[in-house]
Design a protein around this ligand. Structure first.
Ligand SMILES: Nc1ncnc2c1ncn2[C@@H]1O[C@H](COP(=O)(O)OP(=O)(O)O)[C@@H](O)[C@H]1O
Ligand SMILES: [Mg+2]
Length: 297
């Protein structure tokens, strides 16, 4: 059963073609990721789904049907920025929002679900970034939504607060929520999403399960080493004419299916191997290989 279907969405703001022709389907219970760099069109897509923006053309179907007013109540939205009334505690914010809905999760349950206990009675203005995001997530959950839309829920959080939010999102997923989230963190998409689309310049450039996508596009392993006087791009490219060699900042990257031969060639040429690091490719590598640029540029 499909929770959501997006068909041939197109949206421009004046001259800016924000969403060029985006289609995807999301099954009930799935955690679906829209992954892409800043300006890719993620928020525009999400806002069209939320009915905050009107598309120029294309359709959105919720549980197989076109949108209705009643549907708004079944969608939970966590905005990138949400204006909360001043001088309210976290608990009071939740009470205000859940008062708007007929179908709702009781406030104490929301507090537990999103782990707000420790600061529930603090003014929301005093919360840390991670605490604020957990509150916004609880607000998004307050109408017991069938579909939860999260637009960059962890942007700007420190690593620990991000992990904490991942745990909560994982709990919501386990509880059966259908989740759509946007992110420009590839590790986040890999950790949370059953399926993703990668968007760039308003278009989908890849779609699938994160692991399968990586495996099918990038069967290689990645060898990384710091650049130095003895490890230069020219030298390595000459040594390994058949491998893909990339410079990223101060590091050199070799993508290869023949790890043994690569290491042997480097070693035979007396290239120091101390800083050498071998790893599996990730979504960031996939993005770079598809677009030629880094995800967080
Ligand atoms: N309200 C707006 N008016 C004009 N241009 C906009 C507006 N919102 C977004 N854009 C532009 O549309 C493109 C896609 O933006 P957005 O959907 O916010 O991308 P993302 O969320 O992936 O960063 C960008 O080029 C952005 O500058
Ligand atoms: Mg955005």
């Amino acid at each position: 059963m499909l929770a959501l279907e997006v068909k041939n969405l197109i949206k421009s703001y004046g001259d800016v073609a924000a969403v060029k022709n985006i289609s995807f389907q999301i099954r009930v219970g799935e955690c679906f990721g829209l992954l892409g760099p800043n300006g890719a069109g993620k928020s525009t897509t999400i806002e069209i789904i939320e009915q905050i923006q009107k598309q120029d053309s294309g359709q959105v179907f919720y549980f197989g049907k076109p949108p209705t007013e009643a549907l708004r109540e079944q969608i939970g939205v966590q905005f990138q920025e949400t204006a909360l009334l001043p001088r309210l505690t976290a608990r009071e914010c939740l009470e205000v929002f859940s008062g708007l809905y007929s179908e709702r999760i009781p406030v104490p349950e929301l507090i537990k679900l999103c782990q707000l206990e420790e600061f529930a009675d603090r003014y929301h203005e005093k919360l840390s970034g991670g605490q604020k995001q957990r509150l916004l997530l609880a607000i998004a959950m307050s109408n017991r939504p069938k579909i939860l839309l999260l637009d960059e829920p962890t942007t700007g959080l420190d690593p620990q607060a991000r992990r904490h939010l991942w745990d909560i999102i994982t709990n919501l997923k386990t509880a059966g929520a259908t989740i759509i989230l946007t992110t420009h963190y590839m590790d986040e998409a890999e950790a949370l999403c059953d399926r993703i689309v990668i968007v760039d310049h308003g278009e989908i450039i890849a779609e699938g399960e994160p692991r399968n996508l990586i495996r099918s596009h990038l069967p290689e392993v990645i060898v990384e080493m710091p650049l130095s006087e003895r490890v230069t791009s020219d030298r390595v490219k000459n040594l390994l004419p058949n491998e893909r060699v990339l410079i990223l900042g101060q590091r050199l990257q070799i993508s290869t299916k023949k790890l043994d031969q690569v290491v042997r060639a480097l070693s035979d040429a007396h290239i120091p191997l101390d800083g050498l690091h071998v790893r599996q490719p990730n979504l960031e590598d996939l993005f770079i290989s598809l677009t030629g640029k880094a995800l967080r540029s």
